[in-house]
Structure formats: structure tokens, C-alpha cells
Design a protein around this ligand. Sequence first.
Ligand code: NAD
Length: 256
Amino acid sequence: SLSGKTAIVTGSNSGIGLGIAHELARAGAAVVLNSYTDREEDHALAAAMAAEHGVDVRYIKADMADGKECRALIETVGACDILVNNAGIQHVAPIDDFPAGTWDAVLAVNLSSAFHTTAAALPKMRAAGWGRVINIASAHGLTASPYKSAYVAAKHGLVGLTKVVALETAREPITANAICPGYVLTPLVEQQIPDTMKEYAMDRDEVIEKVLLERQPSRQFATVAQLGGTAVFLCSEAAAQITGTTISVDGGWTAL
Ligand code: NAD
């Protein structure tokens, strides 16, 4: 059980982050939900999760595009036994048409945020004598697709950062790993379907079958619950010697 542990999941009012938060709460951890908004429904998500799993759940607003806010999130919570760097954004465009400001934003949210949160969290893990850093990379942290330059670069970078964190904590009871999901049908994937339809001149069903699931030999989307289960496994004693590596949850994508 993860009771007594505090988990901070960045970008967790939606999709994979929310799914991982649910599974960590189900396993007994106190959970901190986060995004850059501060709406009633964000706090309601925390209340519902606390009621469902009987654990402490808080929602804290912090913009993962801003390094100072990343660090402040960890400091505000005070404890951080499990850090899940999940916040991420996507933009689909050819390089010569890719807005420079969007490149910077994707790198900030998908990569630099993990540097800042990890820097703030490691002293807390060391003080507690236990820690888990779980970075949500992607199959695009290991392979590439056209039109996703910033995302692919950031996710490859996140896999590299994961390895360095693992080496710097190798002699301590702390592990750092990256989970590399294939396609999961979340708002992030929904939002890229229109641009992908344009780039490939396809309709929605063709994009899902021929562009998205084409990469996934299982021909099925992975689910947020499966990603949550993988995160809980990485927090278990069985995973204590798993560090500095990637776990793919991608229906066979990276075997192709
Ligand atoms: P999503 O859009 O549902 O979730 C993204 C989350 O990040 C949301 O909670 C959003 O509010 C938050 N977020 C975005 N910008 C933020 C910011 N500046 N500050 C704080 N929070 C911010 O998408 P998702 O698919 O659940 O994505 C979660 C992670 O999983 C991302 O890192 C994504 O790259 C990765 N991923 C997703 C897929 C997929 O197929 N959906 C595949 C591989 C990797």
C-alpha cells in the first residue's frame, strides 16, 4: 500500500494524469492534482477522488510552463514521495511552419517542468528516505513522426533527463523511470486530429485507423487505467531495482 506517501501529479485535471492520480489514490497515497487553471471543477475533481478512495486529495494551480511555479508547487505541498511529471502539450505542423513560440512552450511544459519539479522534489525524497520519479514520456520519446518536432524533441529529452536523475540517485532508495505510452484517446489526441486530417488530407476515421492506430500493432488505444497501474507498479517493492529506464505501454509500437 502507498498509505503514508504523498504523490504530486502534474497536469492531472484530465486524461492520463487524472487516471494515474486515481490509481495512486486507490493504492492509498495522498494525492495532489495540478493544472494551470483554478476552476471550481478542478477542486471538485479532488473532492470526488478523496471521497472515492478515502485519501487526502488536493488540487493546486501551478503553470508548468513557468519554472518558478513548478518549484513552488513542490514547496507548497511540502512532502513529495512520488513525483509524476505528466503535464504535456502537443502541436502538429511542419518544421518550416512551426511557430517559434509554440516550440518554446512545448519544450517548457513537456521537458523543462520536469527539471524544475525534480530539483525541488529530490531533497524531500532524500529527507523521507524513499522516492519515485515517474516521467510520462511517450513512444515519441523513443521514435519519431513527421510534424511533431517540438514534442518528439521534448520527449526524447525527458527520457534523457530520466536517466541522469536515476544515476544521480542510484545509491539511494529513489528510482527514476519514464513511462512511454502509445496512443491513448485523451483530449490531447482529440485536439490533434483536425490538424492531422489537414496534413494528410484524410477524414477523422482514416486519421484514427491509418495514422494513429497504424503505429500500434494491437490496433487498440491504451487506457489511462493501464498507465495508472504501471505507475503503481513502479512504486512497488518489486520495482525497487528498476531505474533509469523506460516502460512502453504502446500495444507493440516500438517493436515495429
Ligand atoms: P491531456 O490534454 O488530457 O492532459 C494534459 C494535462 O496537462 C492536462 O491536465 C492539462 O491541463 C495539463 N497541462 C497542460 N499545460 C499545462 C501547464 N502549462 N501547466 C500545468 N498543466 C498543464 O492529455 P494526455 O494525453 O492525458 O497527456 C498527458 C501526458 O501524456 C502528456 O505529457 C502527453 O505528452 C503524454 N502522452 C499522451 C499520449 C496520448 O496518446 N494521449 C501518448 C503518449 C504520451
